[in-house]
Design a binder for this molecule. Sequence first.
Ligand SMILES: Cc1ncc(COP(=O)(O)O)c(C=O)c1O
Length: 389
Amino acid sequence: MKKRTRVTHPPDVHVPADNRPLVAPIYQSVKFTFDDVGETRRYFGRQREGFYYSRSSNPTLRQLERLLAELQGREDCLLTASGVAAIATPLLALLRSGDHVVYFAELYQPTRALIAGMLGRFGVTSTMLSVDDYAGLERELASRPTRLVVFESPSNPVLKIADIARITGVARARGALTLLDNTLAGVHDHGQYDVDIFAHSLTKFASGHGDVMGGAIIARRELLDAMREDAENIGPTLDPHAAYLILRGMKTYFVRRDAQCRNSLRVAEFLAGHPQVERVRYPGLARDPGHVLAAQQMSDFGALVTFDIRGGLETGSRFAEALQLFAIAASLGSTESLVLPPALLQPRGLTAEQRAWSDIGPGTVRLSIGVEDADDLVEDLRQALFAAQ
Ligand SMILES: Cc1ncc(COP(=O)(O)O)c(C=O)c1O
């Protein structure tokens, strides 16, 4: 073989079957080959296992999909390149022109934009409610056929806790599917509820280190199979290297989550006793409006703490800029603590009434709590609150 040929066909390295790597390798290959055409055709006919093209499936992705499906307590999982793709893919695959969707003012802004804007252009109708308005939800679902109810719990950023049994109960009774963006609660929680589709941003707690993006759709097999062809044709695929990094992050998922939740409670308790703070929202605080429900539904209280600073928008900006350990940055769930000041949190695309439902005020600050020492985080918050006055 000439050198020019050799470099494109390097020597094979055989790893004996009884000599496995402890860490699964990254299958950083777009293509997988069968030795003959007949086997390739059998693969396409679903008569044999295998892999062909990584836009459809890949062993590294498959390992992560199986892990996440098991943790969430569902049959299967489909990975996507981002959290928003894990929300967009089921919506695009399952909805038809003329279908009706119920969603909430408290949802992540791009989800609202996708439902009202993009899907609206394709003839999908939608109704926005407040996630607190259970009577409104019952009325809406009774008044017209609805294909899908899209919700979050805890909501971002105000951390309202949705009554999952109530929402899924009324949706099931009226023949609507439910999609829960479970990013804030995590891949380990809420599996006991009758949710049809879980969507996750793996960019957050699952990967955990702020260095990779990803998403997951987790559901029963029949629903995922109904999305697969559209997903393959749209191509929201996760790269194998990203899947490998998320698999690595998952090894410390519970250790990080425990530390982040512990730190969050310390931070919430500190803020609740501070004169510069008007209101704290953390479901782990006994007097939080979502505490009782969160204690029933979740195995922890999460790692976001949201509060209202006295003085509003400008004091909030001064506070965020005075922090030394908390970076002013988007996203959440990573090892490092982050802050979003009121000026970066104001909801877009809502009427005055819907803004009131969202409960985001002029002084609302969102903290994403990392794994640092809680004493250092509290000291940093104390000095920044003082500096912001
Ligand atoms: C609740 C929630 N859902 C979805 C997303 C989108 O995830 P990604 O940034 O991975 O697309 C985010 C991102 O902040 C989020 O907070």
